[in-house]
Design a protein around this ligand. Sequence first.
Ligand SMILES: Cc1ncc(C[n+]2csc(CCOP(=O)(O)OP(=O)(O)O)c2C)c(N)n1
Ligand code: SF4
Length: 279
Amino acid sequence: MVTESDYGEFETAWCPGCGNFSIRQAVVRALVELGLPPHKVVFSSGIGQAAKAPHYIRVNTFNGLHGRSLPAATGIKLANPELTVFAESGDGCSYGEGGNHFLAAIRRNIDITAIVHDNQVYGLTKGQASPTTPKGQITKTQPHGAPSNAFNPVAVAVAMGAGFVARGFAGAIDHLAGLIVAGVRHPGFSLIDVLQPCVSFNKVNTFAWYKQRCYELGDDHDPTDPRAAMERANEWGERIPIGVLWRSDRPAFAAGAVAPLAGRETAMGRLREIVDGYA
Ligand SMILES: Cc1ncc(C[n+]2csc(CCOP(=O)(O)OP(=O)(O)O)c2C)c(N)n1
Ligand code: SF4
């Protein structure tokens, strides 16, 4: 039986009070609920405070360049479909530097789960505006306010007919764990955008700010209704819905169609011939 202690205990480099701690807790709870032993799990991440999250869980980890968590996760899943593969990183990494990979992953609908710590700033580099910073919000490097409209990741994912789109809140740990479990069980690309307070660099979207606004979607929301999903995905301000916004039954990319690399014999002789061919 898998328990939380199988995922280890680590010292972190996060600020006390950061939302990353509770996201980590939710991730571990979800892994335990799914009964996944650490060796069957891979986390791919990029660069940032959120991208360090997999360093603090005892799993297989690929830590790549800023913005590149999704292509690495895609390759890992295709090479060995038996693994449960996550991409976990921040909003800057996932929607800014990795923005095109985000769109490509939705188009492909490969069976991976993306967990995005959405603190609406670039935390590691000390609080510049990120793609999800609301227009006009003052940040350390935008003293006159962020100049561009905010990117809405869940609305974009719904509009593109993604496999599974959810929004969680770092202050609702059990609820978030449930979303991660549902995302992993969904056969196809799953996005879980997690509203995360950054106590050091985002003094607007604080824990109290979210607590006041976030409400859980109930049974009256039909996540298979595209119009309802889009309405909820665009709801922001006084009330912010958390839960599964959208779910589709699009077939996952290459399900069973690509012969996995894992388990194949390495044809060293043939490889040598190819390499020598370029000499
Ligand atoms: C291509 C590239 N651009 C910029 C940087 C500098 N950089 C490192 S971390 C970071 C911000 C990370 O922000 P986010 O992804 O939102 O994660 P957070 O730290 O907020 O969790 C930036 C801009 C980099 N490493 N590589
Ligand atoms: S800078 Fe913000 S996101 Fe980074 S560890 Fe500190 S509180 Fe968390």
